[in-house]
Ligand binder design. Structure first.
Ligand code: NDP
Length: 377
């Protein structure tokens, strides 16, 4: 990125900061109060007469909201574009018992509190989805589903990942009520119950091991005659007599009583035989898709499609663009890890903004004198 260009753009930016109402909309490229429709003065004209937001966060799960919470506390104006699933995966989870400080609560309640906390800190949350990004020039340009477009000085990507689904009857109906993709999150709800883990990869093994201390029996359902999981992972299963593996079978339907799962229907891949099996829980471990479609050919992604970041600063391959949470982490996939990575990314952003001339003292972008700007080149 060219520092001289930064100087020219930043020199045109001066703004003030406002305490925010909680409901925000974006209309005609201006952020407005949803109630009064009055513009909120946080989008600023730069010298090219375009509007620029200091910090944009893409995604509103635990990573995006935590980043927003911390950004709000810096008083650097920040807008979160909430995306197609505001709140992220936690909105689809049932009870959560592993969010620190909360003994047990619905995932949606935890998100609701985090949203309020983030807005109280001063960050805007806009219900819109970023559909296209242009990181080839700076300020970065973002296109939104509403038709608007905005520029940003710095960006945190927190778009998460989506567990792959089977798209079979009952899966959607019982999601969060017996169907899950996270054993770490939900294992305690299956104490002395019968559960099935679908998949033959490392995640399936991890889910089964996690459940082993709780469930009465765990069946790993593998669609082929072999598991894909690393041999060292498969070896671990031998230590548990409540885990069994059923090969060459796939899940055809998840059935229940309208409230929770009661049984499943399996089909044998070799004989086409169908069997009905009593079951309390279904864990899907058939892989995740990182939500990185709009960043392909824009950022460095790993071979699976996750965004590559510097582990400490969370900076991506583009200076000024950071990533946090499940979109850059497939090892842990935990809300609390995503939250802390959002916090880390905020430090990266603050450091970046300071590097390009942000002044905390005035809460403005300013260059004390032209020489110091030129020295940065
Ligand atoms: P994988 O893609 O490795 O495995 C997915 C599994 O699900 C495969 O066995 C696949 O079967 C099966 N599957 C896919 N679609 C279906 C379907 N429709 N019906 C039934 N089964 C299906 O995903 P993972 O999440 O397990 O792992 C992703 C990456 O993360 C891997 O690189 C893995 O090594 C890594 N990882 C590492 C861990 C660790 O080191 N501790 C823990 C967890 C993940 P098939 O084999 O027939 O295609």
């Amino acid at each position: 990125m060219q520092k001289k260009m930064r100087f020219l753009v930043l020199a045109g930016l001066v703004f003030s900061y406002h305490i925010l109402p909680s409901k925000i909309v974006l209309e005609n490229n201006i952020i407005k109060s949803a109630l009064t429709k009055k513009p909120l003065d946080i989008i600023f004209k730069d010298n090219q007469d375009e509007k620029t937001i200091p910090v944009v966060i893409i995604g509103s799960g635990p990573a995006g909201l935590s980043a927003g919470l911390y950004m709000g506390r810096t008083k650097i104006p920040t807008v979160i574009f909430a995306g197609d699933l505001p709140g992220g995966q936690l909105m689809l989870t049932g009870d959560v018992e592993n969010w620190p400080g909360v003994i047990r609560d619905r995932g949606s309640n935890i998100i609701s509190i985090l949203e309020q906390q983030t807005m109280n800190a001063g960050t805007f949350i806009v219900q819109d989805t970023v559909t296209k990004v242009d990181f080839s020039k700076w300020p970065f340009k973002l296109n939104l589903a509403s038709g608007d477009s905005v520029n940003a000085l710095s960006i945190i990507i927190a778009t998460g990942s989506t567990p792959k689904k089977l798209n079979i009857p009952g899966e959607k109906e019982y999601w969060g009520n017996g169907v899950s993709s996270c054993a770490v999150c939900d294992c305690t709800f299956f104490k002395d119950k019968e559960v099935v883990v679908v998949g033959g990869g490392d995640s399936a093994v991890e889910n089964a091991l996690q459940l082993a201390g709780y469930a009465k029996s765990i069946t790993i359902l593998v669609r082929k005659e072999t598991m894909r999981a690393a041999p060292v992972m498969q070896d671990k299963l031998q230590n548990y007599n409540n885990i069994k593996i059923v090969y060459n079978n796939y899940l055809q339907e998840i059935c229940g009583n309208g409230e929770y799962v009661t049984h499943i229907i399996l089909k044998n891949a070799l004989t086409s035989e169908v069997a009905t099996v009593p079951m309390d829980g279904v864990f899907l471990a058939i892989g995740y898709n990182p939500n990185t479609d709009i960043f392909k050919n824009v950022l460095s992604l790993d071979r699976i499609g996750y965004i590559e970041v510097d582990k400490k600063t969370k900076q991506t391959s583009v200076e000024g663009v950071f990533a946090a949470g499940d979109v850059e982490d497939y090892d842990f996939r935990q809300a609390v890890v995503a939250g802390s990575s959002g916090c880390q990314a905020h430090f990266g952003v603050v450091n970046f903004l300071h590097t390009i001339g942000w002044s905390d003292r005035y809460n403005t972008l300013c260059w004390p004198n032209k020489d110091s700007a030129i020295n940065l080149e």
